[in-house]
Design a protein around this ligand. Structure first.
Ligand SMILES: Nc1nc2c(c(=O)[nH]1)N[C@H]1C(S)=C(S)[C@@H](COP(=O)(O)O)O[C@H]1N2
Ligand SMILES: [Mo]
Length: 418
């Protein structure tokens, strides 16, 4: 242990190969390592030219890095969900092909030439925009997370799914390019009686959700690009609504119409499914903002420690629908001791944040947890605190602290401690 600590200094100041080797006890083997001494197959032939891959894909060695679903969760794949492989990612941006998908009636394949967006209802003039009409409004770029209100929902009653992909993977964090919804609404001229918008999707589910006018005017976007390229069909190509910080259900994909009204349309929509049932039988309505939350992505059940004791990097993500994440705490011993994690990467409003904890593992079992603090001062609660407030019957808005138990071999498991 003390030896590990003293070598860590060299490791972190640049003697990575020497110190790393010494720590792993593998330095001697590495010295004669054929992987560095011998000419590898890929150095013995000319590679493919630039015309071979007009649209690039990841290395075939990364084929395991995919969205995954849990087949028993839903009756069929058309109205279902898959999960972002958080344990394989780093930084804060989710690559387009790995953004989790949640569809109520499958993926709509919309022809952009036939794409139209209508604004009608309590407006001075109903308008119909083509895609090129939309692109003539001033554009903005914003990075935001989208989290399904059901994320971690399976964990309300106890530890269930073995991997952060499944417990926390109903989230993605993307840079959107689009236009302000307020610009479009102002173009149509919202009447003073217009207090709500009802966005509608062009897919077979014609998904609709009511959103208060204040939010629509404040920061909602009508987006056509994600991470620089056109939205993927799975994410609503060619146009989706972006509702920063609010639950994913409101981010209508394949957006085709926005009706302006004087009250919400709760009788027409799915809202009943997206409320939180309290122990007294009453429901929590209007719980749209996503509370601050975090999860350790590495190590985790799908990403065990494979290098043995010594210096290691623990990492994870944190986010809040109410602002930024100035601080995340991490514990290695189930909450007896907490240390402040190191935040790295952009800290953007209503966006994912990345944290690290660099430490020397002595090879003993760990009980890992992370606890997010957001810019409003709110602190992520424990699962027991959440249950006390909301009971066991909830499904939505579970932002409780996650625990991973790591054993001596470095394998991690989803557990609950109280
Ligand atoms: N048109 C339409 N929009 C939709 C849905 C849908 O089924 N149809 N699903 C909603 C739900 S419940 C969520 S969580 C998000 C998921 O967005 P994603 O597929 O980009 O992850 O889209 C929302 N927008
Ligand atoms: Mo959702």
């Amino acid at each position: 242990m003390s030896e590990a600590k003293s070598t860590r200094r060299g490791f972190l100041t640049g003697g990575a190969v020497a110190a790393g080797g010494a720590l792993l006890g593998a330095g001697a083997a590495r010295a004669g390592d054929p992987a560095i001494l011998e000419k590898q197959p890929w150095a013995q032939y000319l590679g493919e030219g630039v015309d071979a891959r007009p649209y690039g894909y990841p290395s075939p060695f990364e084929a395991h890095v995919v969205r995954r679903d849990v087949p028993w969760l839903t009756a069929d794949a058309v109205s279902s969900v898959n999960f972002t492989p958080l344990h394989e990612l780093d930084g804060i941006i989710t690559p387009n092909g790995l953004c989790f998908e949640r569809h109520h009636a499958g993926i709509a394949e919309v022809d952009p030439a036939e794409y139209r967006l209508m604004i009608n209802g309590l407006v001075d003039r109903s308008l119909v925009f083509t895609l090129s009409d939309l692109m003539r409004f001033p554009r903005v770029n914003r990075v935001h997370f989208l989290e399904c209100a059901a994320n971690s929902g399976m964990e309300w009653r106890g530890a269930q799914l073995n991997g952060c992909q499944f417990t926390h993977g109903m989230i993605h964090n993307v840079m959107y390019t689009g236009v302000r919804l307020s610009d479009l609404l102002n173009e149509a001229g919202v009447k003073t009686t217009g207090k709500w918008i009802l966005p509608e999707g062009a897919d077979a589910s014609a998904m609709t959700r009511s959103i208060p006018m204040e939010k629509a005017m404040e920061d909602c976007l009508v987006a056509f690009k994600m991470n620089g390229e056109a939205l993927r069909p799975e994410q609503g190509y060619p146009v989706r609504l972006v509702v920063p910080g609010w639950e994913g259900n409101m981010w209508v994909k394949w957006l085709r119409r926005i009706e302006v009204g004087d009250e919400p349309w709760h009788h027409r929509e799915e809202t009943s499914k997206y409320t939180d049932l309290l122990p007294n039988g009453k429901a929590r309505f209007f719980t749209w903002e996503m509370d601050a939350k975090s999860v350790i992505t590495n190590p985790s059940p799908q990403a065990p420690i494979t290098h043995g004791p010594g210096p290691m990097v623990l990492t994870g993500v944190a986010w809040s629908g109410r602002g930024t994440i100035p601080r995340v705490d991490v514990t290695l011993d189930g909450g007896a001791n907490w240390v402040e994690a190191r935040m790295d990467g952009p800290s953007l409003d209503k966006s994912m944040h990345r944290f690290y904890h660099d430490f020397v593992w002595d090879g003993r079992p760990l009980l890992l947890q992370s606890r997010a603090h957001d810019s409003t001062g709110y602190v992520q609660p424990t699962k027991d605190e959440l249950r006390k407030a909301r009971g066991e019957n909830s499904i939505y808005h579970n932002n409780g602290i996650q625990t991973w138990a790591v054993n001596e071999s470095g394998e991690a498991e989803n557990v609950e401690i109280s």
